[in-house]
Design a protein. Structure first.
Length: 506
């Protein structure tokens, strides 16, 4: 994977003539150093409809200067800061490195990345240094020439030119940027209206590019509350996609949770959103959650088998048993992750994202969506909570065994839905919804422990059959299953008290 760094910088321009800025006497700055000028030549890549630029993402191949190579710049939530991913130049000039293409696949969704702009830049630079001579910031005076690439008469127009200043932190603190800005303002410079050189070069083409819909500015109605939560989950899916591709810890699980949250919200807000539209979307999110669940279920099973093995009587453990158990948890890791990557690179997954975005752009509101947010969200929380109460009480009324296991599994799914509903209500209801979320999470986790025990016993039974077929004893597997069953009974005994603490009757 490419090298990842954080870049904090500001861009400035002048409306006319300006005086060279005086940068002497800045806080923490003891001296400055003028560097040799650099000649930079960069080709920027995007889809034909500029999906990256519309999302404030830039991808370029640049030669010249100290950091020649491929650069991918991704927006962050911090002001003036972006994440930059680097890759070597390589030999190919028009083929984006696979690692960088994977980073933006969730945005490009199968569309080709093509050259869209070429920028040539004569850069004059100086470093602001601390007392030890280490750089705090780089000041760049850029003389830029931009040419649109691709077919069409607009791209054959005369190249545009401009100058700008760029101030980038190297080792200094953000306060230094403010101090430099004051000096630049005194010299007649102001913050650039364009977020990047690429945006300035694209001009009207970027203005016409399709920008994904944003969440409601205020949560005044029930429809606003539903839409805001769905926006949050879509943002999570998009942010987690490259992390899953990089096999970051817990990324698969968190992406699965985001898909489940979105699907749950579509059910919770069925009085605000037309089910004829949302039910098919929910089924697609269910499919995505199932795809991601294969990897997560393997991780959970591996952890449980290790835990039960550690509890087993030592005289029942031999290397054959240990190897079989450990192999069950690890053998499929490469296969399951590869399967996830195949799905994330396929048209079905991209269509799911497009469908969710289309729903958010044109919400299928029912009349109930117009209701004031607070009472409508309160009713939704109560509905999902009453549903959970019925299922828990019904499950605990059943005798221990498979029927209760199935009933508790249904209660677990209802607990998730009640928790996610409370999460969606937090921006509207505040602390009461936050407290209710914590209560529902506690119940959900206990029921989740029970379901994990059920599934682990299923796996142990299968392993026992394999062991017998291989001429091994099934007795240790029976002992493992008993340990898991004891854990499930312990959970069932804890559930009534846990539910009494979590239940409320609004």
């Amino acid at each position: 994977m490419g090298k990842r760094v954080r870049e904090t910088e500001r861009k400035y321009e002048a409306d006319g003539r300006f005086e060279p800025p005086d940068l002497s006497g800045l806080p923490k700055v003891f001296s400055s150093c003028v560097l040799d000028p650099a000649e930079l030549d960069a080709v920027y890549f995007d889809t034909e409809d500029l999906r990256l630029a519309a999302r404030r993402i830039t991808l370029r191949r640049r030669t010249g200067g100290d950091d020649a190579g491929w650069h991918l710049k991704l927006p962050t939530t911090e002001a003036d800061t972006r994440t930059e991913v680097h890759a070597p130049l390589g030999r190919a000039t028009r083929t984006v490195p696979k690692d960088l293409a994977a980073e933006v696949a969730v945005h490009t969704r199968g569309r080709r990345l093509i050259p869209v702009v070429r920028l040539k830049n004569h850069r004059e630079r100086q470093h602001l240094l601390d007392a030890a001579g280490e750089p705090l910031a780089e000041i760049a005076h850029d003389h830029v020439t931009a040419q649109l690439l691709g077919a069409g008469p607009a791209n054959k127009a005369v190249a545009i030119t401009w100058t700008e200043f760029e101030v980038e932190l190297v080792g200094g603190k953000p306060a230094l940027l403010d101090a430099v800005e004051q000096r630049l303002a005194a010299a007649g410079l102001h913050r650039s209206d364009s977020p990047s050189k690429l945006a300035r070069a694209l001009g009207d083409r970027l203005t016409a590019a399709t920008v994904p819909p944003g969440p409601p500015a205020e949560l005044l109605t029930a429809g606003d509350a539903a839409l805001a939560y769905l926006h949050e989950q879509l943002r999570a899916l998009i942010a987690l996609d490259p992390e899953v591709r990089r096999a970051e810890p817990d990324a698969v699980h968190q992406m699965r949770v985001a898909a489940r949250r979105a699907r749950s919200a579509l059910k919770t807000f069925r009085r605000e959103l037309d089910r004829a539209v949302t039910d098919p979307v929910g089924e697609e999110l269910k499919w995505l959650g199932a795809v991601l669940g294969t990897e997560r279920d393997r991780e959970v099973l591996a952890e449980r088998l290790q835990e039960r093995l550690a509890e087993l009587a030592p005289d029942l453990i031999d290397e054959t048993l240990r190897s079989r158990l450990l192999a069950e948890g690890t053998k499929a890791h490469g296969e399951t992750h590869a399967a996830v990557l195949r799905v994330l690179g396929g048209p079905h997954y991209f269509q799911v994202l497009d469908t969710v975005e289309a729903l958010l752009a044109d919400p299928p509101y029912l009349e109930g969506a117009k209701a004031p947010a607070t009472p409508a969200v309160q009713k939704a929380v109560r509905r999902d909570h009453r549903r959970l109460r019925r299922l828990i009480e019904a499950a605990m009324a059943v005798e221990r065994g498979q029927e209760r296991d199935l009933a508790l599994h249904e209660a677990r799914k209802a607990a998730k839905r009640a928790r996610y509903c409370a999460e969606a209500a937090r921006p509207v209801l505040g602390s009461p919804a936050k407290d209710h979320t914590a209560r529902m999470k506690s119940v959900q986790q206990l029921l989740g422990e029970h379901q994990d025990s059920v599934m682990c016993r299923v796996a142990i039974a299968r392993l026992a059959q394999e062991a017998v077929a291989a001429g091994e004893s099934a007795f240790p597997y029976g002992a493992l299953s008993q340990l898991e069953r004891a854990r499930a009974i312990e959970v069932e005994e804890q559930l009534p008290d846990r539910w009494r603490e979590a239940d409320f009757r609004p």
